[in-house]
Ligand binder design. Structure first.
Ligand code: SF4
Ligand code: SF4
Ligand code: SF4
Length: 180
């Protein structure tokens, strides 16, 4: 695949961990915004942000959902920061087979933060009353590979989970039923 240079708006959410109090409003609004229809329900398990909460250790760290990965990695990181020890993979953003985070609870499809596409500002930022989340934009010239779209990523995840043949059989059956 050829890459090309493009000017692009880079959207960044800065996370000031010291200000996070673990209220999880960001998870609530994210899941509500992405519900179908929009705002019809909320379930933090469907959020594209997860807050690592361990009140006894005074740990509250928001982590955003990133790319889907079909396989867990063999080497993992474990951080100790200011004497606080974090779980293995705690800061990883991947939707990965090793854990339940960043997956649709019903279908197992990967979830990824889309910066609340269509909104002027990410909703988790708007709902964070402690200002632990700070939104910034800048213009940059970047080398860009063609996008793998969400549908392709979702189908790949289903093929990894159930096998390509079963996915093809199911799609064929659904399309047959919808025209019959
Ligand atoms: S809304 Fe803000 S303070 Fe509350 S959990 Fe999320 S990041 Fe932390
Ligand atoms: S969650 Fe991240 S760090 Fe952990 S195994 Fe998966 S990809 Fe690797
Ligand atoms: S930016 Fe939007 S999609 Fe991403 S975690 Fe925040 S609310 Fe969810």
């Amino acid at each position: 695949m050829d890459s090309e240079k493009k000017r692009k708006t880079i959207k960044t959410i800065k996370i000031d961990v010291d200000k996070c109090n673990g209220c999880r409003s960001c998870e609530v609004i994210c899941s509500a915004f992405h519900a179908l229809p929009k705002y019809s329900s909320n379930n933090p398990a469907r959020a594209r942000i997860r807050v690592i909460c361990d009140p006894l250790a005074d740990i509250y760290v928001p982590v955003y959902a990133g790319e889907y990965t079909p396989a867990e990695c063999a080497g993992r990181d474990k951080y100790i920061i200011d004497g606080k020890e974090y779980e293995e993979c705690a800061f990883c953003r991947a939707s990965c087979p090793s854990r339940e985070e960043f997956k649709e609870p019903d279908s197992g499809l990967p979830l990824k933060c889309d910066m609340c596409e269509g909104e002027d500002e990410p909703l988790c930022v708007k709902w964070c009353i402690t200002d632990a989340l700070i939104y910034e934009e800048k213009e940059e010239e970047i080398e860009e590979m063609p996008d793998q779209n969400d549908l392709e990523i979702g189908l790949k995840a289903l093929a990894d989970k159930y096998g390509l043949e079963q996915v093809i059989d199911t799609v064929t059956r659904i399309s047959y039923n919808s025209v019959a």
